[in-house]
Write a protein that binds this ligand. Structure first.
Ligand SMILES: [Zn+2]
Ligand SMILES: [Zn+2]
Length: 547
């Protein structure tokens, strides 16, 4: 690859939902678009979040001329603290997006960020690039798409978008700008594929307002609405509807209240103070005067809704007559947690509404007709679907073919692949490292496949430990062996089995040896013995102490 090519590299978000991050590189300059996280897959035991593999960026720290955040959802900002812990570069975001980032960064104690506030319509020169931001409608206010003038041509990045003509904040996607970009001539369009499976148009957010109206008009007791902490538009709708029905709203959950406070300060949430209620005052209010907005719509174990559903939430115990609205659809992988929560809520006798029953949620992403409208307006020479699992990307590519983009000009990329472009051509030119970086507590990336495999073994079959003390040099047994197990067999009923396991270890160590040799011999012998006896494969550890 010569230096006269533009490189577009998705470090995440292509072939998976979440951890969106894109690098746009020319010569000695690099832009980063978004830095998101992904929620762990079901077999990633004990993992809190997954972030993109940033090694490509970290090896080229000096090249980073700017970080651009399209909007404030976790899958676009959740890895920003990890990125900013490693590199220093100016960060460009709209006001609400910056506010949401700051709430998160404060939690990670990252304070000295070089923020650059942007508004739709702004033109920002950055190295060889010139950036233009345009408003896009999404399930969060203040989202933008990007038009990036590069030395080889114009690149348009849609951000997450839908074409809602009556959105909650009254600001539809900037159609005029998209059409203008199309007239200017677009080399490459990168467009959101999340909803490429849905035919037609995504319904407007106003539809949710109608459903809320219906629910509130019928509700006798308290109304509890669970949604994403970042879904500012939805929170606004709940509070407004509540006020019309003489209810005041309490905000439950730390992330939810942090976001609400910040959005109120910045003017993105229009809530008169008298419409709010503190959690402490909940008990003294008549039930039909109370609404609660909380987190937990994804069944997150520590969230307010899940604790309420398990009757473990101090401020609210649900009773028959209370209404619970789960206003979101489960992110793939969260279905089981969400279902369990719904069942628990039903068990408490609450009236529960969720997506399958009533239109309590609409997607923030455009459906097929909207995706084709985007393609038709922007008229790109080359097209790469972004933000979606592999099938979403392929389906989006087919839509592009349908509106007349030649198949050879469409690139279904997966995270890690490099798309190289000049004025006339585009090609996939290699791959960069694209590992899942797993975050467990404070550890970033220290839990790898080996640790995960151990956790899988442990979760399936438990463990068995043989420990002993031997004489250094001879390997003569001085104490033990002791056999301990957890999660493998019920010890009281398996005394005999563990006794025989002990005999196997004694037999193995009778000729002595050094620590390393003994450990591996014991492990091997026990594995064979345990499998023959039980057809199970617990994690087996041999602890040999030399004195
Ligand atoms: Zn989004
Ligand atoms: Zn997204």
């Amino acid at each position: 690859m010569g230096d006269n090519k533009l490189k577009v590299i998705a470090l995440g978000g292509l072939g998976q939902i979440g951890k969106n991050m894109m690098v746009i590189e020319y010569d000695t300059s690099m832009l980063i678009v978004d830095a998101g996280l992904m929620f762990p897959e079901n077999d990633m035991l004990g993992i809190d979040i997954v972030i993109p593999d940033m090694s490509y960026i970290l090896e080229r720290k000096d090249k980073v001329t700017g970080i651009i955040i399209t909007h404030g959802h976790e899958d676009h900002i959740g890895a920003l603290s990890y990125l900013l812990a490693e590199i220093r570069a100016p960060v460009y975001a709209t006001r609400l997006t910056r506010g949401l980032c700051q709430v998160k960064l404060r939690e990670s104690r990252i304070n000295d960020v070089d923020w650059h506030l942007i508004s739709p319509g702004d033109l920002v020169p950055l190295g060889p690039f010139s950036l233009e931001f345009f408003h896009v409608c999404h399930s969060i206010p203040d989202g933008v798409g990007l038009a990036i003038q590069t030395p080889v041509g114009l690149v348009v990045h849609s951000g997450d978008f839908k074409f809602d003509h009556s959105p909650a904040d009254g600001r539809p996607t900037d159609f005029a700008k998209l059409a203008e970009l199309g007239r200017r001539g677009v080399l490459l369009l990168l467009s959101d594929s999340t909803n490429a499976e849905s035919p037609g148009y995504t319904p407007s957010e106003t539809m949710v307002a109608k459903t809320f109206e219906e629910i509130f008009s019928r509700a006798q007791g308290r109304v509890i609405v669970a949604t994403f902490a970042s879904n500012i538009s939805r929170i606004q709708q709940v509070i407004q509807t509540s006020a019309r029905y003489g209810r005041r709203t309490a905000i439950a959950g730390r992330s939810m209240s942090n976001n609400v406070r910040m959005a109120m300060e910045l003017g993105y949430l229009d809530i008169p103070e008298r419409c709010l209620l503190s959690l402490d005052d909940l008990q003294n209010q008549p039930k039909n005067h109370v609404t609660v907005v909380c987190t937990g719509s994804q069944g997150e174990p520590t969230s307010a809704l899940v604790r309420m559903a398990r009757n473990e939430y101090a401020a609210i115990s649900l009773v028959p007559g209370d209404t619970v609205v789960v206003s979101s659809t489960p992110i793939p992988g969260n279905e089981e947690l969400v279902n369990r929560t719904l069942n628990n809520l039903f068990r408490l006798g609450a009236d529960v509404y969720y997506d399958e029953l009533l239109d309590v949620h609409v997607s923030g992403h455009g459906s097929q007709e909207e995706l084709m409208l985007m393609l038709n307006m922007v008229q790109p020479k080359f097209f790469a679907p972004i933000h979606g699992e592999y099938r979403h990307l392929v389906l989006h590519a087919r839509l592009a073919e349908r509106v007349g983009i030649p198949r050879q000009n469409i690139f279904v990329l997966e995270s890690g692949q490099v798309l190289a472009l000049d004025q006339n051509s585009a090609e996939i030119a290699g791959t960069v490292s694209d590992e899942y970086v797993l975050v467990d507590g404070l550890g970033v990336g220290d839990v790898g496949q080996v640790v995960l495999e151990d956790r899988r073994l442990l979760s399936r079959n438990g463990f068995l430990v043989a420990s002993m003390v031997v004489e250094r040099g001879t390997g003569r047994l001085l104490a033990g062996p002791d056999i301990n197990s957890r999660g493998f067999v019920y010890v009281r009923e398996s005394v005999e089995l563990l006794e025989r396991a002990r005999a196997v270890v004694l037999e193995t160590v009778k000729n002595g040896g050094n620590r390393v040799g003994l450990s591996s011999q014991i492990k091997e012998a026990l594995t064979r013995f345990v499998y023959n006896e039980t057809k199970r494969r617990p994690l087996i550890l041999a602890v040999v102490l030399e004195v």
